[in-house]
Design a protein around this ligand. Structure first.
Ligand code: FES
Length: 139
């Protein structure tokens, strides 16, 4: 009888430690990969044109979500949501390929946001912007 109680206790204790360890690993990973919350809910963002070099990307927060400006090798600008349309991870810019890669499940998008590989069901959302006097106003 005592042996059974000891085994039950050890089972619960080990299970509790495993659950705590799993939470300690997955929560920081989730916080790193998940889009930011609406702490910085600006409706418009102004970026200097010089901050977006040819082939480069500039990430920023817009209305509480991560967005990105890209200047393609031809010089054209595009503003997109940087939130993957699969499960919401923030995509990364791969300057050498001029593509976006989603680190969560390998989704790939062109610089225009079109899906070219992986599970994302839709392209990245296009965000309107204007350019005036060396400044890009997004949103
Ligand atoms: S969340 Fe981007 S591919 Fe799954």
């Amino acid at each position: 009888m005592q042996e059974t109680d000891r085994r039950k206790f050890l089972g619960f204790a080990i299970g509790g430690v495993l659950v705590a360890a799993a939470g300690a690993i997955t929560y920081p990973l989730y916080k790193y990969l998940a889009p930011r919350k609406r702490e910085d809910a600006r409706q418009k963002v102004v970026v200097a044109e010089t901050d977006v070099p040819v082939g480069g990307a500039k990430f920023f927060e817009l209305e509480g979500r991560t967005a990105v400006l890209v200047r393609k090798s031809g010089g054209a600008l595009i503003a997109l949501s940087a939130v993957c349309t699969h499960l919401g991870c923030v995509v990364q810019w791969q300057q050498d390929k001029e593509q976006f890669l989603c680190p969560c499940h390998g989704g790939q998008f062109t610089a225009d946001g079109t899906v070219i590989a992986g599970p994302p069901p839709r392209p990245l959302e296009i965000i309107p912007f204007t350019v005036s006097n060396g400044s890009i106003t997004v949103g």
